[in-house]
Design a protein around this ligand. Structure first.
Ligand code: AVJ
Length: 313
């Protein structure tokens, strides 16, 4: 068993700066990576249990039923890297199928990541597990120092790539390309374009869990930054924009109001939106083109029930 945890607080304590910039912008926005405090992680898990939200269940089923084919296509790897690994629930199956020497998991929520990653080391005595508490969107270079040489696989499941605009996605995938090295590979899962009504329902579940997840962002800012958002005066508003190919999530102000964050006042007009998330959906070839711009070439692809997993080399 070999486990190490390295925390990089300077590379993640930017909630205040990002909120101040986001609230001063027009339209106002806050990056979706801040959804995932403790309550936010619990709410996201609850979203995944909602009948309307099939994305996570579908990917899990795909990764179970097609794992032998996926592992065969990947071949021998020495190191698996998972940016945004969260509770490390997805990478476990890959470890058992691919038997790498090293696993590097990265997440902005460092202590939760460490707690989730250590059992992986206990259960896989042959694998050196490194947990890096850092914001990989800002600081992926620092991770390179912890990789041992050999053939690398970057694993980026869960349609997390959907949170980035296509241009941002190219930049991020190019960084993954750099991190993976010369004969590195990328295994990535993303949600496919589908019936807009079905997508709409997935982000407007009847139980209101997605609404609670969205509003929790304001609660987090109140708690961690001493802000005074009145949650009753903001409404969850999510819809599919078929031209842009994305779900847009917003919190719409129900009144004219001023919110204070760190001694700065931010005025909202009635009906003004605070944008909180994009969730891009792609056609298979659209995504292939984006990865292509980042220097990746598609090696294989698996599709099931409106979800795609692509392998690049
Ligand atoms: C974790 C980014 C894949 O975009 O579907 C779920 C987050 N937001 N419901 C997604 C989310 C609202 C989710 N991802």
């Amino acid at each position: 068993m070999a486990f190490r945890f390295l925390d990089f607080p300077s590379a993640r304590d930017d909630l205040l700066a990002d909120v101040l910039v986001g609230l001063a912008a027009c339209p106002k926005s806050i990056p979706p990576k801040y959804f995932y405090d403790e309550a936010g992680c619990r709410l996201f898990d609850a979203i995944c249990e909602q009948p309307e939200y099939a994305l996570t269940r579908t990917e899990r089923a795909l990764m179970v039923s097609l794992l032998p084919a996926i592992a065969a296509a990947i071949g021998k790897v020495d190191c698996i890297i998972e940016p945004g690994a969260g509770d490390c629930g997805k990478v476990r199956a890959l470890l058992d199928a691919l038997h790498p020497d090293q696993l590097v998991v990265i997440d902005i929520a460092g202590s939760a990541l460490a707690a989730a990653a250590e059992p992986l080391a206990d259960d896989h005595p042959g694998i050196e597990v490194t947990a890096l508490g850092m914001d990989f969107i800002r600081d992926l270079e620092a991770a390179a120092a912890y990789l041992s040489p050999g053939r690398r696989l970057v694993y980026y499941p869960g349609s997390s790539i959907g949170n980035f605009s296509p241009d941002e996605a190219v930049v991020l995938l190019a960084r993954f390309r750099h991190l993976a090295g010369k004969d590195g590979q990328l295994l990535i899962g993303f949600d496919l374009k589908k019936d807009p009504q079905q997508l709409h329902r997935a982000y407007n579940d009847a139980a209101g869990v997605t609404a609670a997840f969205n509003l929790n962002l304001l609660q987090r800012i109140n708690r961690e930054l001493g802000a005074d958002f009145d949650l009753a005066r903001f409404r969850h508003y999510a819809f599919y924009n078929p031209v842009a190919g994305r779900i847009e999530m917003h919190l719409v102000s129900l009144a004219g109001q001023t919110v204070n964050v760190a001694n700065q006042g931010f005025h909202f007009e009635p009906g003004e939106t605070l944008h909180t998330e994009y969730s891009y959906k792609y056609h298979r070839d659209e995504f292939n083109a984006i990865a292509g711009q980042a220097g990746w070439r598609r090696a294989d692809e698996w599709v099931q029930d409106g979800f795609a997993v692509q392998l690049f080399g």
